[in-house]
Design a protein around this ligand. Structure first.
Ligand code: KG4
Ligand code: ZN
Length: 337
């Protein structure tokens, strides 16, 4: 069923599912008026990963000023928004609850609808938000710290998960390998940078399941990296990082390309934090050109967690499902379909 929603409706989006506190104002699911992201990465770095209790407390501290800034930057500081959307899952339960409760409270005070948004669906919308030319059906490669999925977006709200990871998420593999190599947290950006000084063909790491199906597996690759460094303690860290990254990218790109051709996709896009990876972006675009399918690379800021994608997905959800009930709770294990 489709609900009447003003094409010019201004949605406030709120994102607190993990370690980014974010708020944004987006018009009609398309035009971003403001997007504010406050990262907690420094708070968690010394623990080598996100600490849930610290994350939820930091969201409580940061969310009000972040929302205020998003409203001011959008020029709607009088609270004149038409709906409030918030991520309700998947994610850390305490963190999600901060965003969901705040969104409901604002929706009640302003007497506007509350819209519960699936974080994974929001990542799909991040790509669409920046490329109005992207046509559906599209194959989206969603690669983050918590997820690795190949999704067929048939239409708005209609998705088919073609494949997902059987063990570690792609970003998790970057983070674990970086930690083993002593490169710090989060690992993705450091490996991306250091790989530029290394040889991607120096070490032939395994490309797990590259020719079979659409599921992924990265834990064998992580073990192969650890074993190689143990056996060759003097190996160049840049070569290890670069060869590891190349193995991940080879598998991700090969599967996305094959899926897009097999389903007859009109578009291909990348989403999630790992989509910020320079080598993945370069190889993904090459693959799109090779198969003649319109490819889209969302900006790095749009790939990582943000609230503009939540507000955009929220507009489409409001249109398809109407407002969400105010007793909607956080759903940490929420799936895409
Ligand atoms: O989507 P995201 O911001 O948070 C969630 O996991 O939902 O993704 C964070 C992940 C981390 O694992 C981080 O290491 C990875 O994305 N990442 C990267 C890069 N930038 C962030 N991985 C590879 N290359 C990058 N440039
Ligand atoms: Zn995410």
């Amino acid at each position: 069923m489709t609900h009447e929603v003003d094409p010019q409706a201004r949605l406030l989006g709120i994102e607190t599912s993990c370690d980014e506190t974010a708020a944004a104002v987006v018009v009609g699911g398309r035009q971003v008026l403001s997007s504010v992201v406050s990262s907690q990465v420094d708070l968690h770095a010394r623990f080598g990963g996100v600490v849930p209790e610290i994350a939820s407390r930091a969201h409580v501290d940061h969310l009000t000023p972040v929302v205020a800034q998003a409203l001011v930057e959008a020029g709607v500081d009088d609270g004149a928004v038409d709906a409030v959307a918030a991520t309700y899952g998947p994610g850390l339960v305490g963190s999600l609850l901060v965003g969901v409760s705040t969104a409901k409270a604002l929706a009640l005070v302003w007497d506007v609808p509350f819209v519960a948004v699936n974080h994974l669906e929001a990542h799909l919308y991040a790509a669409l938000l920046e490329d109005p030319a992207l046509e559906l059906p599209a194959v989206v490669l969603l690669v983050s710290g918590g997820h690795t999925m190949l999704v067929l977006m048939e239409d708005h709200g209609r998705y088919r998960v073609l494949g997902s990871t059987l063990d570690d998420a792609a970003g998790e593999a970057f983070d674990k390998v970086a930690r083993y190599l002593g490169l710090g947290y989060p690992g993705g950006p450091v490996i991306d940078r250091i790989s530029m000084e290394g040889d991607p063909a120096a070490i032939a790491f395994p490309r797990s399941m590259i020719d079979t199906g659409y599921d992924f597996s990265f834990s064998g690759l992580k073990t192969a990296v650890i074993n190689h460094v143990r056996r060759h303690p003097d190996v160049s860290t840049a070569d290890v990082a670069s060869s590891f990254q190349e193995a991940v990218v080879d598998v991700l790109v090969a599967k996305a390309e094959r899926a897009a051709v097999e389903v007859g996709a009109k578009g291909m896009c990348l989403g999630g934090g790992v989509a910020a990876n320079s080598r993945l972006r370069e190889r993904f675009l090459d693959a799109c050109t090779e198969v003649g399918i319109h490819g889209n690379l969302a900006s790095r800021a749009m790939c990582t967690d943000n609230a503009a994608m939540v507000a955009a997905a929220g507009w489409w959800r409001l249109r398809s499902d109407g407002p969400s009930p105010l007793d909607t709770g956080a759903v940490p294990g929420l799936g895409l379909v």
